[in-house]
Ligand binder design. Structure first.
Ligand code: CTP
Length: 415
């Protein structure tokens, strides 16, 4: 596929180098057209080296090839990233002062804008009107991500992650008209890994959990356009770029972080393995084995059930979004036994915990922990049909995130 990648003059231009790599690695032929201002952030040499094609932003280069007509005509897709307020305005008013704006006027194929700018610029009525104009003409304009911006400010205005722009571009080319990222503008909190409950300065009671599923969920949610907060409890894998990370040790710390994060989250996913019990006492010094005294007996006390508490607080409207505005998702690792099968235990857990969705893993001896593949059933408290998903943890996460997007949509229609 022939892609024109128009780069606007914003600091996020550096992230577009990764987007370019995604396109070229997928086998596409990419011509980069940076604006004059964009070359002040990332030089022409970078775009030429990464794309393998000559780069210009002038209509007066290679005039004999009539580039200002040819590039737009031949492109199967035009992607503008970062789409600055200035570029959106120029595109909306049909200006043609340089090679990129000429190409936009000549484009026959789909056009995708990935905006990035300060929140006030994004929310300014002039920009809103320009975005509406472009959408009205059939161009696709992504919602920017929320989060830390270049200065000390934060809010909507971050360039969506390169993976997310890539996915939206491919969806657009495949004729998906509802290409808008399903979790755009949403804040998603995800707990991942396993808590550790200290016994003494060197020992702990812990849970087997690599954090891979939580990280895969964070990537899928981020790629779906969400602002993602990862509550990380001893993960064996690094957190992905583009998500906010809060590190926690114990169940009590995770509880505190989860309740705080829930206050402004549209979705909370509890995929962490939380220790149900903690030692009643933590020894200040290392517990020694002694011949003159009996071996220690460890007394455990129960940890709070964070998932259940999140649901109760939401339902009572204690903090955060109203009950009909927040979706809470639990995970259950189940085995069957002589008293019931996995499904029966999972249904009971869904009722007991009261969450909206319960993702059920059937755990055998080595079926799930630390593995890259997974097979789950998603149960819904609304009673809608259980949904099965299997494959890599990335595949399963994409299915879970897409189901969450669907449920949120239902909720907003009901509200
Ligand atoms: N969970 C939680 N707080 C706890 C224990 C579990 O928030 N103290 C959450 C987990 O993150 C998961 C869900 O509850 O989303 C189910 O966890 P699981 O350990 O399977 O359920 P339990 O309530 O511990 O039930 P049981 O051990 O009796 O099967």
């Amino acid at each position: 596929m022939r892609i024109v990648l128009g780069v606007g003059g914003g600091i996020a231009a550096y992230k577009v180098a990764s987007l370019l790599r995604l396109f070229t690695e997928a086998g596409h032929d990419v011509t980069v057209i940076p604006t004059e201002a964009a070359t002040r952030f990332v030089g022409t040499a970078t775009w030429e080296a990464l794309s393998g094609n000559p780069v210009s932003n002038s209509v007066f280069d290679d005039v004999h090839q009539v580039n200002h007509v040819r590039l737009g005509h031949e492109a199967d897709l035009v992607v503008i990233a970062p789409a600055t307020a200035d570029l959106l305005a120029k595109a909306a008013t049909g200006q043609a002062g340089d090679l990129l704006t000429n190409t936009l006027l000549m484009a026959h194929g789909p056009v995708l804008f990935a905006p990035a700018m300060h929140t006030e610029m994004w929310q300014h009525p002039a920009t809103r009107a320009n975005v509406e104009t472009l959408r009205g003409r059939g161009a696709a304009v992504l919602e920017p991500a929320s989060g830390r911006l270049t200065g000390s400010d934060s809010g909507p205005g971050r360039l969506p992650e390169p993976d997310a722009i890539f996915d939206a571009a491919m969806a657009l080319v495949h004729g998906q008209t509802d290409f808008q990222l399903p979790l755009a503008g949403k804040t998603v909190t995800i707990s991942a890994g396993g808590t550790r409950e200290p016994l003494d300065p060197v020992r702990f009671l812990g849970n087997r959990s690599s954090g891979k599923q939580g990280v895969a969920l964070a990537i899928a949610a981020r790629n779906a356009g969400a602002t993602v907060r990862l509550l990380a409890a001893h993960m064996e894998v690094p957190p992905p770029p583009g998500v906010e990370v809060v590190n926690v040790e114990t169940a009590l710390q995770l509880r505190e972080a989860a309740l705080a994060a829930a206050a402004d989250s549209d979705v909370v996913i509890m995929s962490a393995a939380v220790a149900d019990f903690r030692p009643a006492e933590i020894s200040d010094t290392k517990i020694k084995k002694r011949d003159d005294t009996a071996d220690p007996v460890i007394t455990l006390v129960r940890n709070p059930d964070i998932l259940q508490e999140l649901v109760e607080r939401r339902n009572q409207g204690v903090t955060g979004p109203a009950a009909d505005r927040q979706l809470i998702v639990g995970f259950a690792a189940e085995t069957g036994d002589e008293h019931g099968d996995v499904r029966a235990y999972a249904e009971a857990k869904l009722q007991r915990k009261g969450c909206d969705l319960l993702v059920v893993n059937h755990v055998g001896s080595d079926k799930v922990f630390g593995k890259d593949t997974n097979s789950v059933v998603i149960l819904a408290r609304s009673g809608s049909e259980p949904q099965e998903a299997s494959g890599t943890k990335a595949d399963v996460s994409a299915a879970i995130i897409s189901r969450i997007g669907f449920e949120l949509n239902q909720v907003s229609h009901r509200a």
